[in-house]
Ligand binder design. Structure first.
Ligand SMILES: [Zn+2]
Length: 345
């Protein structure tokens, strides 16, 4: 099969579009002929590498993918060749206490497709049958792939970990990334009032089109936590979604007493100083999460397929141009999700 892979960590130049043996379909697995993949920041982090990461080379990146069932392994009864599917990229072991409790994203042997296991920048992938969900007829594979990881992540963070309730106020720090565009929509669907801090008119217009109620341009307003404070009648917001990281000090200031700070990542950097007094003085809860459970995936993708949540689509590239797609993501030039076309690539 054709795949994009790398043999060593490094910059865009390590990505190769080449032949790679088509994987075998194991017991309990389904082979998917991928039509589309979607990019995530983890693709770039994995390519760059970090201390302690152990990959089996060559490594194929890519967590998100959708396509059709091409072959079925032993013990699989609920799929047939030709079924349209989207992949849940969370690989839990299925038998540890967390998995048995339905918290498979806390699995003691958890893996993410494309991170430590070969991923979706390829014509074929073999995945556990339990990691597939049906894509309804007529729903675009690119949109299905683009929605999966980000909506799954945003749902688990806001609804499951954050316990978001109708009428609460939510601040989303950042306007254009995949998880943030998903978070704005999930918060609106839950009946929240949504504030967005973003950089530049174009990104804020996108946030507005997704339903954001209040827009703050941080390129013109460095002290945006004060603006939030004033906009909320000097109360602050109930929930802050901060997946930037380095903005935490301002996010803490934007939260109301008893507020929750939700985080699933750190697009701006992992390390920063915080003033502890803000946490206890405001009775804040900091709630981290990573990806979501199998139940979350079914719930949120159901809403995606009903059209209640819509992935924001940036650009599409053929698989062979995955390096150009990653370059666009690295530059932060995208508005929404970047995808790859794999079928007929
Ligand atoms: Zn497990």
């Amino acid at each position: 099969m054709k795949a994009v892979l790398f043999h060593t960590h490094g910059g865009l130049e390590v990505l190769e579009y080449t032949h790679f043996p088509t994987p075998e379909v194991g017991d309990g697995q389904v082979m998917v002929k991928l039509e589309a993949a979607a990019l995530n920041r983890v693709d770039i982090w994995t390519r760059n590498g970090w201390p302690g990461i152990k990959l089996e080379y060559p490594h194929i990146p890519g967590s998100d993918g959708a396509g059709t069932v091409a072959a079925i392994g032993a013990c699989v009864t609920d799929w047939k060749v030709g079924d349209r599917v989207v992949i849940n990229s969370n690989l839990g072991c299925g038998h540890c206490p967390a998995c048995i409790a339905g918290q498979d994203n806390r699995c003691s042997d958890w893996h993410l497709l494309g991170e430590t296991v070969r991923g979706t920048y390829a014509e074929y992938i073999a995945v556990p049958a339990t990691n597939l969900m049906t894509v309804p007829p007529g729903y675009d594979f690119h949109k299905a792939a683009a929605a999966a990881l980000v909506f799954h992540t945003a749902w688990h963070s806001l609804i499951v970990r954050g316990g978001l309730r109708t009428g609460e106020s939510v601040l989303v720090v950042g306007a254009s990334g995949g998880v943030n565009t998903a978070s704005i929509q999930v918060a609106k669907l839950a009946g929240a009032i949504v504030y967005v801090v973003g950089s530049g008119e174009e990104k804020l217009k996108l946030a507005e089109s997704l339903g954001a109620d209040y827009l703050i341009d941080r390129s013109k307003d460095e002290n945006w936590s004060k603006t939030i404070y004033n906009l909320t009648n000097k109360q602050g917001v109930d929930v802050v979604v901060d997946n930037v990281g380095t903005t935490f000090p301002l996010s803490f200031r934007a939260a109301t007493k008893g507020g929750r700070i939700l985080t699933v990542g750190n697009s701006g950097g992992a390390k920063f100083e915080i003033d502890n007094r803000l946490i206890f003085g405001r009775h804040l809860s900091v709630l981290g999460s990573s990806m979501g459970t199998r139940a979350d995936f079914a719930r949120v993708m159901g809403l995606v397929f009903e059209g209640k949540l819509k992935p924001v689509m940036d650009r599409d590239y053929p698989l062979r141009e995955a390096h150009l797609a990653q370059e666009r993501l690295e530059q932060g030039a995208q508005l929404g999700k970047i995808t790859l076309t794999i079928g007929n690539g």
